[in-house]
Design a binder for this molecule. Structure first.
Ligand SMILES: [Zn+2]
Length: 227
């Protein structure tokens, strides 16, 4: 097993979490939880002039990086993993003021990200309105006799973001005739026929569709102005 006197292969200051009860080679204090390796004579943080640093556990990479940037003195804290036979990073020791500054920078980032999310949501909402308008217009072009209110309703339903409905598919985005027509068919099926009730009653989907096919066709012909 590697001893504490064997420094892990790292650049910069390294502090080791003691696995066994160890005492400082200089002040004889201890046992100390953290030791600074020094040629076979590990020292406590105070004797190594690192006693004023605070421990920041690993986990938050941005905070860690910034805390080290802000800190004129910092050290990496490692612990020897016996099973894996290697030193593993546990966190860093940094100046308390540096940690505070790093935390402020991360908070500022979080606030900036929050503001960006709000802007993105507003932009998406605006895009959705434009998309719904275009979709409704296309429904009215293909089905001139479809009531405007109904076309609007179908378009809004079809363009609900993230719903996976036809309006959000690539074809729907492109407002292809197939996509627009299938959104209209879906609406007619659910609103103007007993399709949903058939499904609730346990009628198989293809059988339910067969039963309502005539009604759907009539409604589409009517809305196309060819009924
Ligand atoms: Zn000491």
């Amino acid at each position: 097993m590697a001893t504490l006197a064997t420094p892990p292969p790292r650049t910069g200051l390294v502090v080791v979490q003691a696995l066994r009860r160890k005492h400082c080679a200089e002040c004889r204090g201890g046992p100390v939880p953290l030791l600074v390796p020094d040629n076979g004579a590990p020292r406590c943080l105070d004797c190594a002039d690192l006693g004023h640093l605070v421990f920041l556990p690993r986990g938050d990479t941005a905070l860690t990086r910034r805390a080290r940037e802000e800190s004129s003195l910092s050290a990496v804290v490692v612990r020897f993993n016996r099973r894996r036979s290697r030193y593993e990073r546990q966190g860093v020791l940094v100046e308390e003021a540096a940690l505070a500054r790093a935390e402020e920078r991360c908070l500022a980032d979080a606030e900036a990200r929050r503001r960006r999310r709000v802007r993105d949501a507003r932009r998406r909402a605006a895009e959705d309105v434009r998309f719904t308008d275009a979709f409704a217009a296309e429904i009215r072009r293909l089905f001139p006799a479809c009531p405007a209110e109904r076309a609007r309703e179908i378009a809004a339903h079809a363009s609900v973001r993230g719903s996976g409905r036809v309006g959000r598919s690539a074809a729907g985005r492109a407002l292809s005739e197939v996509a627009v027509t299938s959104a209209v068919v879906a609406s007619v099926r659910h609103v103007d026929t007993p399709y949903d009730r058939f499904l609730m009653d346990g009628v198989a989907r293809h059988e339910a569709r067969r039963r309502i096919a005539g009604t759907v066709d009539r409604r589409l012909r009517e809305w196309r102005g060819t009924g």
